[in-house]
Design a binder for this molecule. Structure first.
Ligand SMILES: NC(=O)C1=CN([C@@H]2O[C@H](COP(=O)(O)OP(=O)(O)OC[C@H]3O[C@@H](n4cnc5c(N)ncnc54)[C@H](OP(=O)(O)O)[C@@H]3O)[C@@H](O)[C@H]2O)C=CC1
Ligand SMILES: Nc1nc(=O)c2c([nH]1)NC[C@@H]1CN(c3ccc(C(=O)N[C@@H](CCC(=O)O)C(=O)O)cc3)C=[N+]21
Length: 290
């Protein structure tokens, strides 16, 4: 039997529409600023989509492109200027940054109230202790996609493959909050395929093209594929694949997200939702949830 393909593009569209409607209803024009240093190709894809969708939602979008050679001090100065600009409700500094810039220092410099990525230690800490915060976008997207299959995640055996601060760890935090039973696997995990094969819900966020094979998946499981990996298509061009070998995985999974068209679009939808939340806080209005 072939798995249900979870349509992230469609759900993302629905959420973006709701966010746009709420902003309009509240009479707020949220402002989102993206800062990009250098020319990382993954970031280019993300920024292209983001800019289109920010404007389509009626938000104010702006972009700062800095050359690869920009100094850390220069970037920190820009972040401080944006922190002090009341028309900017959300600040996103594209990662990865060039090697001469410390990403943790940059993240810590962003005002936590404008940290729409949810990467600041204040926001990571609030998420860990269950306080209202700006929650990382991709992990929020993963939960919303999983809930299209399992509206209640209580008691499910969830395996998160990957333990990064931006995806794996916050996904695990959100799943704990949803009362799933959570295992976090990573590059030091023994018997990785067996661990994954026990999952009712498998979230793959490793950044290894098509690492997760058919036999890693429990029959009927729900698979959320976070990976965005660009590989050669053999015809001199490139295509995107996930961390899951989709064609074989869909033969055994109960439901699976595609790449593209799965988690990626949800990340941007949740970014807009976070920006609206930050704007509501700034204006002293109650923030809607999605
Ligand atoms: N769809 C979207 O919106 C987004 C997609 N992404 C994509 O998600 C993927 C993961 O991103 P990110 O979390 O930033 O990546 P990181 O490289 O920061 O983390 C990767 C994690 O996977 C683990 N890992 C790597 N290789 C293996 C392996 N062979 N076996 C087991 N575990 C392994 C690492 O383990 P260890 O800790 O032991 O090193 C680490 O915990 C990437 O493809 C990225 O492009 C990222 C953000 C948004
Ligand atoms: N500070 C920061 N925050 C991030 O959230 C962040 C980042 N830096 N750096 C790069 C990664 C990667 N990422 C993606 C988000 C959406 C798509 C996306 O929209 N993908 C679509 C389209 C892909 C295509 O067709 O080109 C899809 O999967 O369907 C891709 C990649 C966010 N990231």
């Amino acid at each position: 039997m072939s798995a249900t393909i979870i349509d992230g593009k469609l759900l993302a569209e629905t959420i973006r529409q709701r966010v746009a409607d709420e902003a309009k209803r509240l009479g707020i024009t949220p402002g989102l600023t993206v800062v990009i240093v250098g020319e990382d190709p993954a970031s280019q894809v993300y920024v292209r989509n983001k800019v289109k969708q920010t404007e389509a939602a009626g938000f104010h979008g702006s972009e700062h492109r800095l050359p690869e050679s920009t100094s850390e001090a220069n970037l920190l100065k820009l972040v401080q200027t944006l922190n002090n600009d009341p028309s900017v409700h959300g600040i996103l500094v594209q990662l990865p940054l060039p090697d001469h810039i410390d990403p943790d220092l940059v993240i810590r410099t962003i005002d936590p109230a404008k940290d729409v990525d949810g990467f600041h230690p204040i926001n990571a800490g609030k998420l860990a202790v269950g306080q209202d915060s700006l929650v990382p976008c991709t992990p929020q997207g993963c939960i919303l996609l999983a809930k299209t299959v399992h509206p209640d995640l209580t008691g499910l055996n969830a395996v998160v493959l990957g333990r990064s601060n931006i995806v794996g760890k916050p996904v695990a935090q959100l799943l704990i909050q949803e009362s799933a039973t959570v295992t976090v696997a990573h590059s030091k995990t023994q018997d990785l395929s067996d661990v994954c094969a026990r999952a009712d819900l498998l979230v793959a966020a490793v950044g290894r093209a098509e690492l997760v094979k058919r036999h890693w998946i429990k029959p009927g499981a729900t698979v959320i594929d976070v990976g965005i990996n660009r590989v050669a298509d053999g015809l001199g061009k490139s295509r995107l694949v996930g961390d899951v070998a989709f064609n074989e995985a869909k033969e055994i999974a109960g439901a699976i997200t595609p790449v593209p068209g799965g988690v990626g679009p949800m990340t941007i939808a949740c970014l807009l939702a976070n920006t609206l939340k930050a704007a509501c806080w700034a204006e002293g209005k109650p923030a809607p949830t999605f």
